[in-house]
Write a protein that binds this ligand. Sequence first.
Ligand SMILES: O=C(O)C(=O)CS(=O)(=O)O
Length: 165
Amino acid sequence: MDASVAVFDGLKMTGVDFVVSVPCINLKEIFPMIDDDPTMLHIPVTREEEGVGICAGAYMGGRIPAMLMQNSGLGNSINALASLNNLFQIPLLLIMSHRGCEGETICAQYPMGQMTPSLLDTLDIPYIVPTIDTVEDAIHYAWRIAIEKKRPVAVLLEIGFWEAE
Ligand SMILES: O=C(O)C(=O)CS(=O)(=O)O
């Protein structure tokens, strides 16, 4: 199974019909799949906090939103996640490419990569680290938890996730 297809299948299985994205090299093959799917509206954005706001509005409008992003953008979106989603109890599915973890070759990715799990803990955002075999169920489960807890939940796709295919 191709890792990008597995992530896309997880979004489909979950009923995601609204995707906001900020590019990451590891997510790049998923974007055309979303663009080609008539049931999904894809809105590329330039900053993650912008995506957080757009997804919140989409959720309130009855959509099932996901934001595809790199973990470096978690830093950009902390205020929006805390002051919008956490404060007003708005669920959000974060599909997060985790750079700067084991296998990283770009040194600029290390600082955010190392602190990503603790930043998510500080934000009280639960996260799941799936393998290619578990990612479809993980995405589905993450959205269920997001709805139950009324908050963002992240699916962290580590570098090894993409190398396993
Ligand atoms: O291409 C990406 O997803 C980047 O973040 C740039 S680099 O860190 O991979 O050079």
